[in-house]
Ligand binder design. Structure first.
Ligand code: SAH
Length: 345
């Protein structure tokens, strides 16, 4: 399914907007003013763009839209994490999470309505995949939580594409949105504060490297060899474990960027001694960080979370080998907003 015709002006880059203005015989500097209204002052309609002529405002309103997201539900966890269920113009639903910590405020953004990758531990793929989000739908999630974060101690500072969907499967819109988020005339968040997480779409990892923007890359690894990854993540049949690690090596060597591996800790499945040995072998010579994620319960799967002792033992074993590993504290578990618990319906 494709997105409904989306004329939202936030699908345009700064250059795209300048081009449009030139076509309608307007001065190109108007793009700067319109961007200020959209991204700094966050107006909700074209009429609010007070320093534009009435004629231009009318033209913009005829040509473009500025669709707000409808909030279907807003929940706040006991740890301060906020989750929003948004309804899109075609009634599709997506979730966005805002996570305050003592040092940063992070937004976890969705890129698709549903997910087609069907990882066997994640709630986001259970209802299947419906469609890609447009650039404007990605941007409006960021803007919505950015406004919300004004009530927090710290403004929105970090973006992680770890919500519903596979970012690399919506590559074009993802990159458009990232450029607007990063643009100093746009949302203005530094590239190093933007993380894209992928389940391992190998060709897109290489393409991301070529984009000339220094964003962070996280790989959802979760298996320790081809066999274990096949069981947990069907994408591994298409892009096998060794090819994925090879792509990460290339990415790291060519672009001198450290890669973060996300690795779920599932009792008796991913944190065995066998796993340690296999990971040591796979990671030889690779500069990386490991983010260990305690499995968050999803009712459709019957995995168990390991005990704290088991998790710390596993981390210790990785560290003994020189792999920098941290255990991620789950956030917003009481409102089902922790990793892997987001759903689109
Ligand atoms: N599709 C992308 C973006 C989603 S990121 C990707 O796979 O990277 C969401 C992160 O949460 C991924 O690392 C995912 O594997 C992890 N996750 C999914 N289900 C989980 C669960 N039940 N418990 C803990 N982490 C989970």
């Amino acid at each position: 399914m494709t997105a409904p015709a989306d004329r939202d002006i936030r699908n345009l880059s700064f250059d795209g907007l300048t081009e449009y203005l030139t076509q309608i015989d307007e001065k190109p500097f108007r793009a700067q003013q319109i961007f200020e209204w959209l991204y700094q002052k966050q107006v909700t309609d074209f009429d609010g763009m007070k320093n534009l002529s009435r004629e231009l405002r009318q033209k913009l309103a005829e040509h473009f839209t500025l669709n707000p997201l409808t909030v279907d539900k807003h929940e706040v966890s006991s740890d301060g994490t906020a989750k929003f269920l948004f309804e899109l113009s075609d009634k599709e639903k997506i979730e966005t999470v805002l996570i305050p910590t003592p040092t940063r405020t992070t937004a976890c953004i969705s890129t698709q309505a549903g997910c087609k990758f069907g990882c066997r531990f994640c709630a986001s793929g259970i209802g299947g995949w419906n469609r890609n989000l447009t650039c404007a739908e990605i941007i409006s999630q960021v803007q919505h939580v950015q406004a919300e974060a004004r009530n927090f101690e710290r403004p929105l500072s970090h973006i992680v594409f770890m919500g519903i969907g596979e970012p690399m499967d919506n590559f074009e819109n993802l990159m458009k949105a990232i450029r607007l988020i990063n643009d100093h005339r746009g949302i203005n968040i530094g590239a190093r504060r933007i993380t894209v997480s992928t389940c391992g779409v190998v060709p897109k990892i290489l393409e991301l490297g070529q984009q000339g923007i220094q964003i962070e890359l996280a790989i959802s690894l979760h298996g320790y060899d081809n066999e274990s990854r096949n069981v947990l993540m069907p994408v591994n049949k298409r892009y096998p474990f060794d090819d994925l690690i090879e792509a990460c090596r290339n990415y790291q060597q060519n672009y001198r960027r450290q890669i973060t591996f996300e690795y779920i800790l599932i009792k008796d499945v991913t944190c065995s001694d066998e796993a340690i040995q296999a990971l040591k072998k796979a990671f030889k010579g690779l500069i990386c960080k490991m983010n260990l994620i305690p499995y968050n319960p999803v009712k459709e799967f019957d995995h168990q979370t390991p005990s704290r002792t088991e998790m710390f033992r596993f981390r210790g074993q990785l560290q003994d080998f020189g792999i920098h590993a941290t255990i991620r504290t789950p956030r917003g578990k009481d409102i089902n907003s922790a990793c892997g618990q987001l759903r689109h319906s």
